[in-house]
Design a protein around this ligand. Structure first.
Ligand code: ATP
Length: 326
């Protein structure tokens, strides 16, 4: 649905030249929620602006909905942009317009007659759960409600792609969750492809199918969130589960760091090991997270007894051992 191939964006020239995006290649499959995670200055805004060509890449290819964006004429580009909705951190609502008038704005731009606009605005308000605020002004809304208006406006022209530019960064944790739930719901109901940029791991954890980690303009890691969180040594895994340092004075102990996710999270792994082997298990540390309604965990185990090494090998055969960790 969205493909970046070797995208490079350089601001400035000569000694002032700065590559905000450096050889970025990524693919956002249709119907997925794709997160680009990065610290301030990593190039996230530049990346999202290159999707609808608000920023023109210095080189490389940007394909959205099967169209090479960089080779479209200005009228073609205007049309293509109608198929790409966008929501912003600070909502960007027009203060002098009511909720209904804000949502109707993009429909006015494309020349839709008033009667159709009114019907569509009502549909959109119901979709985002804000029907009772139709005549309110932005100043009368909470942050979460303003973002719902932003989402309704972004969806007015029935785009296939929604871009989210730090859409929850200005919201408190509870409101963030409700907006993320809404985005997930819209993604499923409307088969909407969502590309979001964020500096918050919570966002990735809550709704993203895929993630790319951006650092200094380069993608340093990308893939399915479910795979990356269990992949030993991945950036995402280490963000989720900071390395557990074993207590000192454990010379000779058999240690095993295990990661479990999906089906393995629901199996009684440790009790089955205890039944099969002559082994004692001491949990030295760890954590369990919920990632898109699934449990994912990492534990540092100390194994003792005659079968300690055999039990560790069993965990390894089950693919649970986070090798490299311990
Ligand atoms: N118009 C511009 N002219 C020159 N340099 C720019 C321009 N826009 C961005 N940059 C530089 O490009 C780099 C990436 O900026 P960008 O805004 O894309 O990062 P970001 O990850 O979105 O950061 P933040 O989370 O702080 O918004 C930064 O070093 C920034 O200073």
């Amino acid at each position: 649905m969205i493909r970046f191939q070797n995208v490079r964006k350089v601001y400035g020239t000569g000694e002032q030249a700065l590559a905000a995006l450096d050889d970025v290649t990524l693919h956002v499959p249709e119907g997925e929620i794709f997160g680009v995670l990065g610290q301030s200055g990593a190039g996230k805004s530049t990346l999202i602006r290159c999707v609808n060509l608000l920023e023109r890449p210095t080189s490389g290819s940007v394909v959205v909905n099967g169209q090479e964006m960089t080779s479209l004429s200005p009228p073609e580009l205007r049309k293509a942009r109608q198929q790409i909705g966008i929501i912003f951190q600070h909502f960007n609502l027009l203060r002098s317009r009511t909720v209904a008038e804000n949502i109707a704005f993009p429909l006015e731009v494309v020349g839709q007659p008033k009667a159709q606009r009114d019907t569509r605005v009502k549909e959109l308000l119901s979709l985002v759960g804000l029907s009772d605020k139709i005549n309110a002004y932005p100043s009368q809304l909470s942050g979460g409600q303003k973002q719902r208006v932003g989402i309704a406006r972004a969806l007015a022209c029935e785009p296939k792609v929604l871009l989210s530019d730090e859409a929850t960064s200005a919201l408190d944790p509870q409101t963030t969750r409700s907006i993320l739930d809404l985005l997930r719901d819209l993604n499923r109901r409307l088969k909407l492809t969502v590309l979001l940029i964020t500096h918050e791991m919570t966002v990735v954890k809550h709704i993203c199918d895929r993630v790319a980690v951006l650092r200094a303009g380069r993608v340093v890691e990308q893939g399915l969130v479910d795979e990356l969180i269990v992949r030993p040594g991945s950036e995402i895994a280490s963000e989720f589960f900071p390395r557990i340092v074993p207590p000192s004075g454990r010379n000779g102990a058999v240690l095993a760091t295990i990661t479990f996710a999906g089906a393995s999270a629901d199996e009684p792994i440790l009790s089955s090991i205890l039944r099969t082997y002559d082994v004692g298990i001491n949990i030295l540390g760890g954590g369990i997270e919920t990632v898109r309604e699934k449990r994912v965990g990492r534990l540092l185990l100390e194994l003792s007894g005659p079968d300690a090494n055999a039990a560790r090998s069993h965990l390894e055969r089950m693919g649970l051992l986070a090798e490299g960790a311990t």
